[in-house]
Design a protein. Structure first.
Ligand SMILES: Cc1cc2nc3c(=O)[nH]c(=O)nc-3n(C[C@H](O)[C@H](O)[C@H](O)COP(=O)(O)OP(=O)(O)OC[C@H]3O[C@@H](n4cnc5c(N)ncnc54)[C@H](O)[C@@H]3O)c2cc1C
Length: 386
């Protein structure tokens, strides 16, 4: 067992850390205030990421990516987690489900996404179907060899900047002993396709500027060439390629927690009350001790789950544990950091209230904490037949 980073991994961490500090931090306040990322700034972040060779670093070299393994990519995401998500979105990491592209789909979607020429978004969630993905009602019916789609998706991150969206749509229903079960297909849908509109979604307290959008399908006609993977094979592509995405939430939570922790540590060392630094009070210093202990625990849990993927070991439970623990750790750490800052922690003169707000969504998206607990307990009980 080896707990250190290789020279190459150290280089990855220091390169991405300094990029985030230099190219992301200076713009964060403006994005928080306006709730927008200006187009030219987005393009500049994208261009600099491409020049550094980090754009689509999660993709294999054969298709033009940097070919990072899961552990190395987790190190990248951990550093990006320090910065505003609205801005680090343009340090592009397209959905690796695009590796399921076949034939001319590679030229139209996969390769332009890896080159940073076209941006993607991914849409599963609907107003009536969140945790219960199979409960979706957005449906496609066959008509003269095409698919005709009707329905709505909501909460779709990054769709404001997306050139195309990978959308999961019901394409039929099977009768099973447990009742009807939807068949799902993944489609590649271009912005501008007639009958497909992308509109503003809700205002979220977390990650201002990282917008969630609503997608409407109104008799939208899609040919078979837009199917990603097999017809009715949506769950197969989802399970093959989206399996690892929950690690991203865990690693970003760890990175953000480390940034918040540094603020709390220095504030506690500098702020004086009763004639001494508040760090001298055990009520404060023990909070700091608990924070770093939990951050380190989440970090190791997360990196170990990524390492398991690189080794080809089963990692479903470990990834769920990492997502669950790291996102809940971030909530506790941001709350404790705010407490250490006292009243000023709530004021937007400091970034603490932002980290506290941003932390809230991590326990919800990419599968809520309850769904992660469901995955973990199911893996434990299934071999026992329970
Ligand atoms: C800002 C934001 C961005 C998002 N971006 C995307 C995106 O880009 N693409 C996309 O497809 N989706 C996206 N999502 C959707 C996200 O994945 C869902 O919000 C999430 O899966 C939960 O679904 P829901 O909000 O409908 O809650 P629900 O599923 O309605 O859950 C409500 C509550 O019930 C609990 N619950 C539900 N089922 C169970 C169960 N079986 N056992 C125990 N408890 C249960 C949940 O844990 C939760 O506490 C985004 C969400 C947000 C908030």
């Amino acid at each position: 067992m080896h707990f250190g980073l290789t020279d190459e991994q150290e280089m990855i961490v220091s390169t991405v850390r300094s990029f985030v500090e230099k190219e992301i931090y200076p713009h964060e306040d403006a994005v928080e205030r306006s709730g927008e990322v200006p187009r030219d700034l987005a393009e500049e972040i994208k261009r600099k990421t491409i020049e550094m060779g980090f754009y689509a670093c999660n993709f294999p070299q054969e298709v033009g990516g940097a070919g990072l393994g899961h552990l190395d990519f987790a190190l990248v995401e951990r550093e990006l987690g320090r910065g505003s998500m609205a801005l680090t979105h343009f340090f592009g990491r397209p959905q690796n489900i695009l590796m399921a592209c076949e034939g001319e789909q590679k030229e139209r979607y996969l390769l332009p996404a890896v080159r940073g020429e076209r941006m993607d978004a991914l849409a599963m969630t609907e107003p009536g179907a969140g945790s219960d993905v199979r409960g979706m009602t957005c449906a496609a019916r066959r008509d003269g060899g095409d698919w005709v789609v009707n329905g709505t998706k909501h909460f779709i991150s990054g769709a404001d900047h997306a050139d195309f969206v990978i959308v999961f749509i019901a394409t039929g229903e099977d009768q099973t002993p447990k009742g009807p079960k939807k068949r799902i297909t993944a489609f590649l849908v271009d912005r501008g396709t007639p009958g497909f509109t992308i509109r503003d979604g809700y205002q979220s307290v977390s990650h201002r500027g990282y917008k969630n959008m609503v997608l409407d399908f109104d008799d939208c006609r899609l040919p078979d060439a837009q199917v990603l993977g097999e017809v009715d094979g949506g769950f197969a592509v989802m399970n093959e390629w989206l399996y690892a995405t929950r690690i991203t939430v865990a690693t970003m939570s760890v990175g953000r927690a480390r940034r918040v922790f540094d603020h709390a540590l220095h504030f506690a060392a500098e702020r004086e009350q009763f004639g001494q630094a508040i760090a001298k009070f055990q009520g404060v210093s023990f909070q700091i001790a608990d924070m770093i202990t939990e951050i380190d625990a989440a970090d190791w849990l997360t990196l170990a789950s990524a390492w398991r993927l690189d080794q080809g070991l089963p990692a479903n439970r470990e990834i769920a544990s990492a997502k669950l623990y790291a996102s809940e750790m971030l909530a506790r750490v941001t709350d404790a950091a705010l407490q250490v800052h006292g009243g000023m922690g709530l004021m937007n003169d400091y970034p603490i209230e932002r980290f506290w707000r941003d932390a809230r969504v991590e326990r919800i998206w990419d599968g809520t904490s309850e769904i992660q607990r469901h995955i973990i307990s199911r893996e434990l009980f299934r071999p026992l037949g329970a």
